[in-house]
Design a protein around this ligand. Structure first.
Ligand code: M6R
Length: 615
């Protein structure tokens, strides 16, 4: 779970790699490193910390010239984050240099073998073992770098996206992939290598995404050569034309990506249903569903697998699918599902939800479900991601790049697409009247304008944040469709402000958490005037009578909760199943402001990474 960038061509590699690493910091930011090559040889700089620290160190300590280079931003797996464990890593001879995203699981046995053959190691990393294994193969088999990489990779167990070059042959970079993403950008007499296309998007729109177990030899002045790692068979590059746009991945005037992404939600939700939701015609058009309608209609049940925020979107979808389309749904943490030998049959449809499309546990759950005969449908944001490619069919959320580690627009766009699917299936199954269907389509179309209105509470939310920024704990309560929103609100707060927060179904409070309530405890309650409103009001009374502090999220015009809550945040009224799209907005803003006031790094919270590509 790291970011890798490489360049070979006619431009100076340094600025391309530094900027590329900054764009990939969402993948990890424990340490960073860069190697550059020019006629004088290689120059290496690495440091614990962020890419900004690397930039300072590189500019102070090495000459930053060279038209070949590799860079790495790390999320530590093997070895603590320090300068030595940072990538790139040289082989013992100093001839080979590598960057690696992934884990080599059998590195210890390989390391022992290499030590017996006289190799020494300076770092604790699996990556240094891999580069020396490649060197050993190259020497003993007397083969070129590409062949040595292929033979070596057949000896390793694990996951990798690697880029490696030989200082004696600096017109070539060899790359390979298994389980971690790797894109190659193809320019005019120049090539780029990266974990995703963001580092090279201003230079070229042409890219090849390596498939698992593929490697490529990238040589200046030549076309890239693709091979299968297992048997060396030639593979043919599928060159895609990318749609990504550079403004989308920059902050656009906001102080943080998270805030930008919160404010992008009206547009993102609209982009999610654009061309799919045709309210005036009473149609939902989604190719992935249309082409596989029978699978969904005949399914015994839908199993949703995901992690983190995507799992919360899955929980909202459970309520929506069951209520609207009357299809039984189970929602599973991908990490649990993949290891507990679940009963899966050919009559199951599995929906995998993932913003990044790279989450290792979700990917593994998909593979298992496919092996057991289920039809697997992906809901991803990142186009061309591993999950998007591994699933039988799917639908992109089209939220645009989400860079802030805390998911915001990913959540609301996932709920949007899952609502579209549920509505479509309800209609096709004949369990929803035409008039209801039309009414709901119109309501969904009105959501972006309502989100826009909900965002207007930002200043009021900032004031509430100032009151509770020093609280050590916080409870979040919601019921029905808004129970998962309570979980999501708590996750947002804890991951970016490091305040301990828990989400509960409101009625569960009296089965334990109520013991925590005292005058110090802020409780965020989602109390929209629908469904179980009166019951939630009773829960608020129970908290108030124990002196807890209530921050209530209500529909505009609410009078009852206003009387009893300490703070009230209004969002526009909508259909109950769509209310999570609105109630989640103030919770995102609350956690943003609290984290900021506590001096936390909102976009890059400690210990986290944007996509979790390791178990
Ligand atoms: O890319 P994915 O949606 O598969 O990621 C899943 C989780 O890692 C992710 O939602 C994580 O929980 C976020 N940090 C939440 O803000």
């Amino acid at each position: 779970m790291c970011g890798i960038v490489g360049y070979i061509g006619h431009r100076e590699a340094y600025p391309i790699i530094i900027k590329g690493l900054q764009r990939l910091e969402y993948r990890g930011y424990d340490s960073a490193g860069i190697v550059l090559y020019d006629e004088a040889g290689t120059k290496l700089a690495k440091t614990k910390g962020k890419v900004e620290d690397l930039k300072k160190k590189a500019e102070d300590t090495i000459s930053t010239t060279g038209k070949l280079g590799l860079g790495h931003t790390r999320w530590a797996t093997h070895g603590v984050p320090n300068d030595t464990n940072s990538h790139p890593h040289y082989s013992n001879s100093g001839n080979l240099c590598i960057i690696h995203n992934g884990i080599i699981e059998n590195y210890e046995s390989i390391k022992k073998e290499l030590i017996k053959r006289g190799y020494t190691f300076t770092s604790d990393t699996d990556t240094e073992v891999l580069v020396n294994l490649i060197e050993e193969v190259k020497k003993t088999e007397d083969v070129k770098l590409g062949k040595a990489v292929q033979i070596a990779l057949n000896q390793v167990v694990g996951a990798y996206a690697i880029a490696v070059f030989d200082v004696n042959k600096p017109d070539e970079i060899v790359v390979a992939k298994l389980g971690s993403p790797l894109a190659i950008g193809i320019g005019e007499n120049e090539y780029f290598v990266a974990s995703d296309a963001s580092p090279f998007i201003e230079y070229t729109n042409n890219a090849v995404y390596l498939e698992d177990e593929e490697m490529a030899i990238i040589r200046l002045g030549k076309e890239i050569k693709l091979r299968k790692i297992k048997d060396d068979a030639i593979a043919y590059p599928n060159i895609l034309e990318l749609q990504l746009n550079i403004e989308e991945i920059e902050k656009g005037g906001y102080d943080h990506f998270m805030l930008k992404e919160i404010y992008e939600q009206p547009r993102a939700i609209q982009d999610t249903y654009r061309g799919r939701l045709l309210a005036d015609q009473g149609i939902i058009r989604m190719a992935g569903i249309d082409q596989n309608l029978e699978k969904f209609l005949k399914a015994d049940r839908i199993i949703i697998v995901a992690c983190g925020t995507s799992w919360h979107a899955g929980l909202v979808a459970e309520y929506i699918f069951e209520d609207l389309a009357r299809i039984p749904v189970e929602v599973e943490y991908a990490s649990e599902f993949r290891y507990r030998n679940p009963v899966i049959t050919e009559k199951d449809v599995l929906i995998a939800i993932s913003q990044s499309g790279e989450t290792a546990d979700t990917l593994a759950a998909i593979k298992m479900a496919k092996e057991r005969g289920a039809f697997v449908f992906g809901v991803c944001n990142v186009v061309g991601s591993s999950i998007a490619r591994e699933t039988h069919a799917g639908a992109y959320t089209h939220a645009g790049p989400e860079i802030g580690v805390a998911s915001t627009k990913a959540f609301t766009t996932q709920i949007t697409i899952l609502s579209l699917i549920a509505l479509k299936l309800a209609k096709e199954k004949g369990v929803m009247s035409d008039s209801k269907f039309h009414e709901y389509l119109t309501q969904l179309e009105n959501v972006p304008a309502k989100v826009e209105r909900a965002l207007k509470s930002n200043d009021a939310i900032e004031e509430i944040a100032a009151v509770y920024k020093d609280s050590p704990n916080c409870l979040y309560l919601g019921r029905g469709f808004n129970f998962p929103v309570a979980l999501e609100g708590a996750l947002k707060l804890k991951e970016i402000s490091y305040i301990h927060a828990e989400g509960y179904p409101a009625a569960e409070m009296k089965h334990g958490p109520i013991a925590l309530i005292d005058e110090q405890m802020p409780v965020v309650v989602i109390a929209t005037k629908q469904g179980h409103y009166e019951k939630v009001v009773s829960n608020i009374q129970e908290i108030k009578s124990r002196k807890g502090k209530i921050i209530a999220v209500v529909f505009e015009g609410d009078k009852v909760v206003k009387e009893i809550a300490d703070h009230v945040i209004e969002v526009p009224e909508t259909e109950e199943f769509l209310s999570p799209l609105l109630t989640t907005i103030p919770l995102q803003l609350l956690s943003y402001h609290i984290a900021l006031m506590r001096g936390c790094n909102v976009d890059q919270p400690r210990n986290l990474a944007k996509s979790v590509t390791v178990e």
